[in-house]
Structure formats: C-alpha cells, structure tokens
Design a protein around this ligand. Structure first.
Ligand code: UGA
Length: 316
C-alpha cells in the first residue's frame, strides 16, 4: 500500500510510519516542522525513518492546498495526523489551531474528495471533544457539544467537517479519538515528559490543580496498532475511540515516574489551568469490534520504557 502520512515528524506520525514501513508498505510523509516544540526532536524522528526502504519525506504545510494535492498521486490511504496539539496553548494562540486543525483538515478532505476514486482517510481527533462529559466511560455515541478548550473546539469542528463530506459524497473517512498518548519519541509539552525531565534534572514538578485529575493514558504502540488496523481494514464507522480504558490519576502517574526514575518529586502547586478537563476514560469496545483493538501496555511498563528512552535521548 502507498500511504500518505501528514504530521509524519510528529509523535504518532513517526510511530505509524515506522510500523507501516516495517511491514513493507510505502510511506509518503509530510510535515511543516512547526517549532511549537523542539524541531530537533522532529528531525531525529525523521532521521530514524530515513534509512527505511519505501520512505519519502516532503516539507509541506497542510495549509498549502496545491502542495498537498500533488502528494496524493497513487496514494491508497491518507493518515492525517498533522495538527496543532496542546490543550493549554490553545488559549494563547487560537489562530494557529484554526489554521491547522480546521482549515488544514478541510484541505485534506477536499483534496481526497477531488480524487477518483478517493483514497480512504484516517484522521486524528481527540478525547478532548468529550469536554465536560460526566458519563464514563466516554462512548462514541455520547453527545459532544461541550468543548472546554479552543483545542477541543477545533477538533470537534473537524469532526463536523468530516461528517459533511461523508454525508455529501460518501467520503470514506474515519476519525480516531486518541486519549493522552505517551511513550518513547513522545511530546515534550505533556505532563509525563515534563515530570520525567524535571525529576532527572532535580527540579520540582509543576502541578496544575489537583492530582486527583485523571487521564486515560494510552501507550504509543497500542495507538499505532489501532491506526494501522484502520489503514488496513475498510472501516465504515465515522468515529472510534482509541484509549487505554484504564484511567490513572495524576498522583498515580507521578508515583509511577518516581519509581522509574528512582527519585522522589518535589512539587510546586499551581492553579488549575483553564481548558483542562477533570477526567477522561475511553470506552474502546467499538474499536475492539471493528479494528480488533486491544490496548496491551500497562502504565508501569509504558512509563519505564519511556524513561529508558528519555535518558538515551536527553543524555541524562
Ligand atoms: C493531551 C494532549 O496534549 C492533547 O494533544 C490530546 O489531544 C489530549 O491529551 C487528548 O487525549 O485528548 P492533556 O490531557 O491535557 O492533553 O495531557 P497533558 O498535557 O499530559 O496534561 C495532563 C494533566 O496534567 C492536565 O490536567 C494538566 O493540567 C496536568 N499537567 C500538565 C500538570 O499538572 N503539570 C504539567 O507540567 C503538565
């Protein structure tokens, strides 16, 4: 198969590309290498893919419609992962979220629609669309009209755009709601990375709000399993959750990192951040039925693998 991956230098894009290339597929990668977090990390992910047979990479922004369209020649499946991530940063720079997560997705939908036949589209939504939802676990059939951050609102807007393309043209698109993905090659803006880095540098960790907040943290290899299954199988669902189905409190996350690093954390307690949700918890039954999805890596194991990787990456 020939697969176009947008956001290929990103955390999940790198993991999906690596797996597909290892399985003998061809990958056309695209990324604009935005400096939201370390471009050196993005380049290192690309270097990790660079030696693999069947890989081609292009610096293209999904805001560049013509550039995007040109890369669709011969593509069977588009995996659209290019996005502006980060819940809290979306309150500081909302426009970049609109450009990348709304207009960027619209470009991908329109470019795919103009091909005949259109490639199948697998794209990244987010658990954050569940916002203030209190019914757990979060199911794909729950109402999602209470986004608590601009990030969440742009991901939800993307779901509505994809819905219209499916309705109007029968566009074969499935949105995957990822739940707090972590692991080696991860994202420096997220809690597990920041806590690990602070502990290894003997700095205090910053806690926003209460450590009773919980997240359904999902290990990268499990997410890659789910995305690759959606690439290989013709999925008819519009939306699927990909989570761990076992939420952990921030308190437990901190304890797990302390054990993996072998050091106790000093804490700075800060106010809760506007935009944060209290808890996330995925119902993954539908993904299990449709994709054979079954998350396997438990938090202790996943964090220990992350800390080992992080020490190598950071030289600490
Ligand atoms: C994460 C990702 O950043 C989003 O891109 C993704 O879409 C989202 O998961 C999701 O699954 O939908 P978030 O849940 O905010 O968003 O993950 P973290 O950034 O790891 O934050 C988790 C919790 O830790 C939050 O309550 C946050 O306020 C807290 N935190 C974060 C701290 O207490 N201290 C920090 O230094 C960082």
């Amino acid at each position: 198969m020939r697969v176009l991956i947008t956001g290929c230098a990103g955390f999940i894009g790198h993991g999906v590309a690596r797996r597909l290339l290892g399985d003998g597929h061809e990958v056309v990668g695209l990324d604009n290498l935005t400096p939201y977090y370390s471009p050196a990390l993005k380049r290192a992910r690309l270097a990790d893919l660079g030696g693999l047979r069947g890989f081609a990479f292009h610096v293209v922004d999904v805001a560049d419609f013509e550039g995007l369209e040109r890369l669709l020649d011969g593509v069977d499946v588009v995996v659209h992962l290019a996005a502006q991530p980060g819940v809290r940063y979306s309150l500081r720079d909302p426009f970049v979220y609109e450009r990348t997560n709304v207009a960027g997705l619209l470009h991908v939908l329109e470019a795919v629609h103009r091909r005949s036949p259109p490639p199948r589209l697998v794209w990244a939504s987010s658990s954050s669309v569940y916002g203030g939802n209190r019914t757990v676990p979060f199911s794909e059939t729950d109402r999602v009209d209470d986004p608590l951050s601009l990030y969440a609102a742009t991901k939800r807007a993307g779901e509505l755009l994809a819905h219209s393309y499916r309705h109007l043209y029968g566009l074969p698109a499935v949105g995957l709601r990822f739940f707090t993905v972590y692991g080696p090659w991860g994202r420096p803006d997220m809690a597990y990375w920041r806590f690990t880095e602070a502990l290894l540098e003997d700095r205090p960790i910053e806690i926003y709000g209460s450590t009773a907040a919980s997240r359904d943290m999902t290990y990268i290899d499990d997410i890659v399993d789910g995305v690759v299954a959606a690439v290989l199988r013709p999925v008819t669902d519009e939306i699927l959750n990909l989570g761990d189905a076992e939420p952990v409190t921030l308190e437990r996350l901190i304890g797990t990192i302390e054990r993996a690093v072998g050091r106790a954390a000093r804490r700075i307690e800060l106010p809760a951040q506007p935009g944060d949700v209290e808890a996330t918890f995925a119902d993954v039954r539908r993904a299990g039925e449709v994709l054979g999805y079954a998350p396997r890596v438990r938090l202790d194991e996943g964090i220990s693998r992350f800390v080992d990787w992080f020490k190598g990456w950071s030289g600490r």
